[in-house]
Ligand binder design. Sequence first.
Ligand SMILES: Nc1ncnc2c1ncn2[C@@H]1O[C@H](COP(=O)(O)OP(=O)(O)O)[C@@H](O)[C@H]1O
Ligand SMILES: [Mg+2]
Length: 400
Amino acid sequence: MKISVGVLFGGNSVEHEVSVISASQAMHALNKEKYDLVPIYITKDSRFYTGEALLDIKKYKDIPALLNECEEVILKKGASCAELVKAKGGLFGSKTVAKCDIFVPVVHGTNVEDGTLQGYLEMFGVPYAGCDVTASALGMDKYAMKCVLRDAGVNVLDAVCFYSREYFKQSEAVVESIESKLAYPVIVKPVNLGSSVGIKVARDRDGLIEAIDEAATFSHKVLVERAIEKLREVNCSVLGDYEEAMASVLEEPVSSGGDILDFVDKYQGGRKGEGSTKGMSGSSRKVPAEVTEDQEKAIKEMCITTFKALNCNGVARIDVMIDEASGEIFVNEINTIPGSLSFYLWEAAGVKFDELMDKIIYFAQKRHREREKLSFSYDTNLLSEFGARSLKNGAKGAKN
Ligand SMILES: Nc1ncnc2c1ncn2[C@@H]1O[C@H](COP(=O)(O)OP(=O)(O)O)[C@@H](O)[C@H]1O
Ligand SMILES: [Mg+2]
């Protein structure tokens, strides 16, 4: 029997449309001789739909019309699978529309890629591809990620991180604390966004205040770090899990001339109409990146260590910064579900897109088997001992 694969995409995220493109590519690449494909589109208000029409990318121009051709569903735990049942139950109760033996989330951004969707899927007891809840959440929090990576011996830039509300209450103290730790120019980032939203370089105090004001409107936490002036960016995809992982060919994204790679560079192919290599984001890039053999080796090793330290699974992309002035290399961030699942970096490494999907599914199943061996219950007779007297005292003594 074929494995039924539910591919989830969309969701309440600013990268909703990017996810539709990534998922569309992934669904077409999935080997239909091995798998039954169940497309599951999550609308911007977090409703789930399924149907063949979701496979036609052209139909996303008119979402209401597309959804008319689809069935709204809710997920339900089955015996050894997850069931998609009609959201609107008929006369004889809800009806199962499809079953999934495994889920493959192809979502990007907050509210979906950050552990939210992963936590939801965790409850159905079937394997799901990609990072688990903790790894996904770490990948979305630029500061938490740095802390874990530094602990694992990975080179990351020092940063100052503070709550937006703390800044609004005591702006001067926060600015002074930043200036005491970092020299200008610095770069200010919302801690948990993507696509360069809310990110700005500051060259003096006025610029810093302006940049924090902006970043703080996007996130409850803000991060400031040294801005690398002679920067080269190199990305590397890693495929595997905490035990076995391999690195792809390296790519070098090309900016259209601003301080940082912004949304236009990443998703709209740059401003100057440079030719772009294929891949979801349509941004201009060099594949492979023109780095020395030593740099390539160091970057690949660093990215594999990063992937394992964060307990990633499936395919991720790690973005690295080279400080051309000093030659130092830093991990900047991880994308736990990279655009286009980084298929173009794997094709360049000799792994076809359908094989990449096979491997993602393999690592999800491997993790699931390992988790099934763990114990999630602990037999006690706590409840039978928990009499009326304890109710008065509260449960505190029972929970250490
Ligand atoms: N420390 C830095 N120094 C110089 N430029 C940086 C630095 N950090 C990020 N950038 C630039 O800003 C862009 C976006 O930052 P990044 O941390 O990757 O955020 P996002 O999650 O939005 O992609 C990077 O691609 C790079 O061009
Ligand atoms: Mg980035």
